[in-house]
Design a protein around this ligand. Structure first.
Ligand code: 5GP
Length: 207
């Protein structure tokens, strides 16, 4: 198994149930750390600064980009979102698997910078179900729901760039599957550079 934690990107259409899935994973297994993003969007009712997101101004967001404090960032439906670098690096060094619940532009930036990252796309069982979940949430206006459905159409164009697609029909089952997929990454040779170098050194010392 790799000594360092792996970076895991979870994307999916708004309303695919990623948040519930993340909660289930964190509740069940101790080896995960959830990255908290920065965003310039307004908090929804019930959201707490520092728990769901760090809600920051556009000026602060721009400053963080300039000072290279974000591993990736993107604009989604008119607001900015980004992943703070320090937390991700620290948790991975501690051996935790870090979960990034981010959209597709950020996911592709991460894959380019860190090719060993596993990209997972979570889907609802059907488009009909997605619409139902988005409307049922009751936290967004009709205009926002429409923007998110349009965004889903765009995101569907790039779904095949992900490593895995999981259908979130049943949260418990999907969380188990997600855990298995993530844990298998630890066995990839690319995630075990330290171990490979060590065995190479040891073998060489015998010659
Ligand atoms: P929401 O406004 O519904 O919380 O999030 C909108 C979208 O932004 C979701 O697809 C969510 O996964 C994505 N998102 C959240 N945080 C980040 C981030 O740090 N970077 C990127 N690229 N997307 C994010």
């Amino acid at each position: 198994m790799s000594e360092q934690g792996v970076m895991v990107v979870i994307s999916g259409f708004s309303g695919a149930g990623k948040g519930t899935l993340m909660k289930e994973l964190l509740k069940r297994y101790p080896n995960y750390a959830l990255s908290i993003s920065c965003t310039t969007r307004e908090p929804r009712s019930g959201e707490v600064n520092g728990r769901e997101y760090y809600f920051i101004t556009e000026e602060e967001f721009v400053r963080m980009i300039r000072d290279d404090e974000l591993v990736e960032h993107a604009c989604y439906c008119g607001c900015y979102y980004g992943t703070p670098r320090a937390y991700v690096e620290q948790k991975m060094a501690e051996g935790k698997d870090v979960l990034l619940e981010i959209e597709i532009q950020g996911a592709l930036q991460i894959k380019e910078k860190f090719p060993e990252t596993v990209l997972i796309f979570v889907m609802p069982p059907s488009a009909e179900e997605l619409k139902k979940r988005l409307c049922g949430r009751g936290t967004e206006s009709e205009a926002v729901i429409n923007a998110r459905l349009h965004r889903a159409v765009e995101e569907a164009q790039d779904m095949d760039r992900y490593d895995y697609l999981l259908i979130n029909d049943n949260v418990e089952q999907c969380a188990s599957l997600l855990h298995e997929v993530i844990q298998s990454q630890h066995f990839k040779a690319a995630s075990q550079k330290g171990r490979i170098e060590k065995i190479r050194r040891e073998l060489k010392s015998f010659t």
